[in-house]
Design a protein around this ligand. Structure first.
Ligand SMILES: Nc1nc2c(ncn2[C@@H]2O[C@H](COP(=O)(O)OP(=O)(O)OP(=O)(O)O)[C@@H](O)[C@H]2O)c(=O)[nH]1
Ligand SMILES: [Mg+2]
Length: 369
């Protein structure tokens, strides 16, 4: 009998669902095999209940390849919780604004945490100084989560729909050039609001969505600064065809992109348009022997995100941005993620992103073939 992933993954109380259905809908071995293939199939809370309730032993999890340190972390609560209230008033001039766009849970906040950690690690840049800014507390707490003195961390939770944070820094490279950069983290739920607005389903919008849209328009439309703006579109790699509230990710991204274009956001993007594919640690096991990672990634994106990619290609051509060509996707990950909440950090991909932010043409030559 095969494990019915859908019912289990949709269950509001997955542990109870497992206890009620084990030996009926699926066998214990099926679940162990599925966990062996995807260590983040179930979240830490469910896994903790499963170990405590003797659904699996610690040793069985070690035997399927789960790092024992992750198993020891079960039951631990996040020490640092990110602020859930944040509003950006305006972004001052003299900085490069870097936006991360993507649907909920696509990995934007984790990517930002990893990028800030890499910027502090001083192996790629000489120094990074965070300036007094609206997102200072957010930055401090995010840094304490992605603390490179510890190998492992507990990942932050969701960014609330109307919570936006802007972190202003000065990055100095080894040649002593200084790059003032403002990194902006917005909730992915904003993309849902854009979809509903764009498709005329305004009854779906809550007050929080309206506030989030108003803040977007304030920063990027009405009080738009003259700063250069870089936009990272975050696409999540996933084995399943991912949905959010029953709608495919491709659809959100396509309509979010259309909304951004209609508000003039893409027109001055020039060099600063990137596609970052997050969670590519989950991809490696699926790349067929003899195929390059790059080819696999491009095939995957064309299969799962055709509408977004076509629209982006058209905009690049029509608006003459990115030299008229769609940017090539960049694989990204924050390390090895287990039980959805624990991570063994790896900042190598984040270092590439910093290089792209401070030196896009050079970085393109190096990594974009
Ligand atoms: N396997 C893997 N999982 C990741 C990675 N990055 C993030 N995740 C998972 O994705 C979840 C969501 O990541 P976030 O960074 O909070 O997502 P977000 O895009 O900020 O989500 P919202 O704030 O809701 O818009 C995390 O809790 C992890 O479980 C990665 O590199 N690899
Ligand atoms: Mg977030």
């Amino acid at each position: 009998m095969k494990l019915d992933f859908d019912n289990l993954l949709k269950a509001s109380r997955p542990y109870e669902y497992i206890v009620d259905n084990i030996g009926k809908e699926f066998m214990r071995e099926d679940l162990l095999n599925a966990l062996a293939a995807n260590h983040s199939l179930l979240n830490a809370e469910t896994m903790d209940d499963c170990v405590r309730g003797n659904v699996f032993s610690r040793q069985e999890l070690v035997d399927i390849g789960i790092d024992p340190r992750f198993i020891d972390m079960l039951g631990s609560k996040p020490i640092n919780v990110l602020p859930d209230v944040g509003s950006i008033d305006r972004i001052g001039n003299g900085t490069t604004e870097v936006y991360f766009w993507g649907i909920p849970q696509s990995g934007k906040t984790c990517a930002l945490g990893s990028i800030l950690a890499a910027a502090r690690s001083a192996t790629i840049v000489k120094s990074t100084k965070v300036l007094p800014c609206q997102g200072l507390l957010y930055q401090i707490l995010l840094s304490q989560i992605f603390d490179l003195t510890q190998e492992y961390c507990i990942l932050p939770g969701r960014t609330l729909v109307d919570a936006n944070f802007a972190i202003s820094t000065i990055i100095e490279d080894w040649e002593r050039h200084k790059y003032p950069v403002t990194l902006i983290d917005m909730a992915g739920e904003l993309f849902c609001a854009m979809l509903w607005k764009e498709t005329g389903q305004t009854h779906q919008l809550t007050d929080n969505h309206e506030r989030a849209l108003a803040e977007f328009e304030k920063i990027l439309v009405n009080q738009q600064s003259s700063n250069p703006k870089y936009h990272f579109f975050i696409i999540e790699y996933s084995e399943e065809v991912k949905q959010y509230k029953g709608i495919y990710q491709d659809f959100y991204l396509e309509h979010g992109l259309r909304y951004l274009e209609q508000h003039g956001v893409l027109r001055n993007a020039n060099d600063g348009l990137f596609i970052l594919v997050t969670k590519t640690d989950l991809m490696d096991a699926n790349v067929p022997a003899g195929m390059s990672r790059d080819t696999y990634l491009i095939n995957y994106l064309n299969r799962r995100y055709p509408n977004f990619l076509n629209l982006l290609r058209n905009y690049c051509q029509d608006l003459g941005i990115c030299g008229g060509k769609s940017p090539e996707p960049i694989p990204f990950g924050i390390g090895e993620v287990c039980f959805q909440q624990y991570c063994k950090m790896n900042i190598e991909p984040a270092k590439w992103v910093i290089d792209m932010i401070i030196n896009p043409p050079k970085a393109k030559k190096k990594w974009w073939r």
